[in-house]
Design a protein around this ligand. Structure first.
Ligand code: ADP
Length: 480
């Protein structure tokens, strides 16, 4: 089966978030199922240099204001990529979405309409010789692909759209309709219209044959007003074709038994080696050397949605229980300042590192006893999955992918050996305090704590299961 995956970023070519990891993982994960995936991505600066060998795949005379070529090649992980080389749209200094200075590129409408348009050409067999049977769009940037295909009015491939985060929707003025190559008849409540504007994600959700998101709980939550960001009505209407598939993780890059970024490697049978990582991290960060104290960590963008304020609100519970806290993250200035202030108020017990540091993130996971993930909303979440794999018990809000991946250490779950962490009611600092208190009680019973760690580390969060689910989804659209 031939699938065209359409994404604005793909690891290892260009990455700003989890979408790149998913788009990067799908081709390899689905190959064993007899599914061939090519990924369509814009050629931002540097992308073409990372493709080998490069070949001309086809050209488009006028792609939203200039000529474009499609270049095929392979990434270092062997995935086949079709890159849209359109210098007037993508060859510029700055990020994929943001100009230097941090504002959206003013022409993001045509920039990502172009991504959908090339997907349309490939999907209809109008460009190159490889015609996909399924076009799988990711997030708002690819949202017009299913719309253009449905509006073409000819035989077309089946379409899927995956929502990685519904908060980002790609809204543009009605006046752009013609420039974005959308027919006036598409500007309806059943089409691309969203509260008087053109919604790229809305368009994808209205026109795609199947809708998916990155966890079963998030698939339910976005059908309600609290998490639906105005699209909940449409998603309820399309609930019959909407499903949630929990993301996998890169189990080679995140493996405590072979992680080159950590000081002491360990596995579930050698958990005492994990403690060496804590000794080294405490020293490195300037935390008091208290080997018996439980070390909690936060490893996150520092934003309101991530609930960092809730964690800081529960800090007293950690400290009064004899624990320490290490924070690594960057984000909203006010939250960064609050995290810094917490460290200044409790020198030696709380430390805050502002910044993005991949290897320190691995060291946090290897060293900490527990990781706090108090998000108010969380489509899938990765840090709790890494925590499970590293025996760093997650304390998570019961929301989205966090709810789906961590089994709360209730009395019953502890008794039958199912527990892998702690859950609390999202958004409640009291509930978080209670979860921390339960974690401290368990931590004081080393045998019981180790049993939960071993259970957490034995869970399979590889791409195997999600790949099977995507393969089933594809086969439901294009029977063999
Ligand atoms: P989101 O995509 O909403 O930020 P996820 O949990 O899905 O949240 O993914 C976050 C990813 O970014 C994880 O791989 C995490 O380890 C990493 N990360 C977050 N903050 C930092 C940081 N300050 N330094 C290094 N890695 C970070």
């Amino acid at each position: 089966m031939r699938v065209l995956s359409v994404a604005s970023e793909v690891y290892p070519l260009v990455k700003t978030g989890g979408l790149a990891d998913v788009a990067g993982a799908l081709p390899q994960a689905l190959a064993p199922h007899g599914i061939e995936i090519k990924t369509l991505v814009p050629a931002y600066p540097g992308v073409l240099d990372r493709l080998h060998p490069r070949e001309n795949y086809g050209s488009v005379a006028d792609l939203f204001g200039g000529p474009a070529r499609v270049i095929s090649g392979r990434t270092t992980s062997g995935a086949e990529v079709l890159a849209i080389h359109a210098p007037h749209l993508y060859q510029r200094a700055g990020g994929p979405y943001l100009a230097p200075g941090g504002a959206d590129w003013p022409d993001n409408g045509p920039r990502f309409a172009a991504l959908g348009w090339v997907a349309r050409l490939l999907g209809l067999g109008l460009l190159g010789s490889w015609q996909p049977q399924i076009v799988h769009a990711h997030d708002w940037q690819a949202g017009l692909a299913p719309a253009y295909l449905a509006l073409a009015g000819t035989a077309r491939p089946a379409t899927v759209i995956t929502i990685h985060n519904i908060a980002f929707q790609g809204l543009f003025p009605y006046a752009d309709l013609y420039e974005l190559r959308l027919p006036p008849r598409a500007f309806t409540i059943d089409g691309v219209e969203f509260h008087g504007r053109i919604g790229f994600l809305k368009a994808g959700l209205a026109f795609a044959d199947r809708l998916t998101t990155v966890s079963p709980s998030y698939a339910r939550e976005i059908q309600g007003p609290q998490h639906g960001h105005g699209l909940d009505g449409l998603l309820r209407h399309r609930a019959g074709v909407l499903s949630g598939i929990l993301n996998g993780i890169d189990t080679a890059a995140w493996d405590p038994a072979s992680d080159p970024m950590i000081a002491e490697r360990y596995d579930a049978e050698h958990l005492s080696d994990k403690a060496r990582n804590a000794v080294i991290l405490r020293r490195r960060l300037g935390l008091e050397p208290r080997p018996k104290a439980p070390l909690f960590c936060i490893l996150s963008r520092l934003t309101q949605a991530k609930g960092i304020d809730l964690a800081l609100g529960a800090l007293h519970q950690i400290l009064s229980g004899g624990g320490q806290l290490a924070i690594l993250g960057a984000g909203e200035p006010l939250i960064e300042a609050a995290a810094r202030a917490a460290a200044e108020a409790h020198p030696g017990q709380v430390v805050t590192i502002i910044g993005y540091d991949e290897s320190l993130a691995h060291q946090f996971q290897a060293a900490a006893d527990a990781i706090l993930v108090p998000s108010r909303t969380e489509p899938c979440g990765l840090t709790q999955l890494y925590g499970l794999r590293y025996g760093t018990l997650p304390i998570v809000a019961r929301v989205g992918g966090l709810a789906d991946s961590v089994i709360d250490a209730s009395d019953a779950a502890l008794e039958d050996g199912a527990a892998t962490g702690f859950q609390f009611a999202a958004g409640s600092v009291d509930a978080l305090r209670d979860a921390i208190a339960r974690a401290l009680v368990l931590f004081a019973q080393p045998e019981a704590w180790r049993a939960v760690q071993r259970r957490a580390m034995s869970r399979d969060f590889s791409w195997r299961t999600p790949a099977r689910r995507y393969a089933e989804l594809y086969r439901s659209l294009v029977p063999a």
